[in-house]
Ligand binder design. Sequence first.
Ligand code: FES
Length: 74
Amino acid sequence: MSPSPDAPTQIFACPNGPLLVRGPIDLVDGDGEPITQKRKTVALCRCGVSAIKPFCDGTHKLIGFRTETPDAAS
Ligand code: FES
């Protein structure tokens, strides 16, 4: 089920994976230039090794990227 066009943008931090962004966003590069989005939901890399940054390419699985829950980090 796709979100309503009026629904707020949602960011979901996938355990051991990317940030999933659902909803409208303006994604720009370091120079402020727009980055074309082809999908309504985008996965943004947070492991740092994707070959298609800022998007996730699944490499986080190959390197065993692990996240911590907020409780575990404190
Ligand atoms: S989070 Fe998927 S490649 Fe970095």
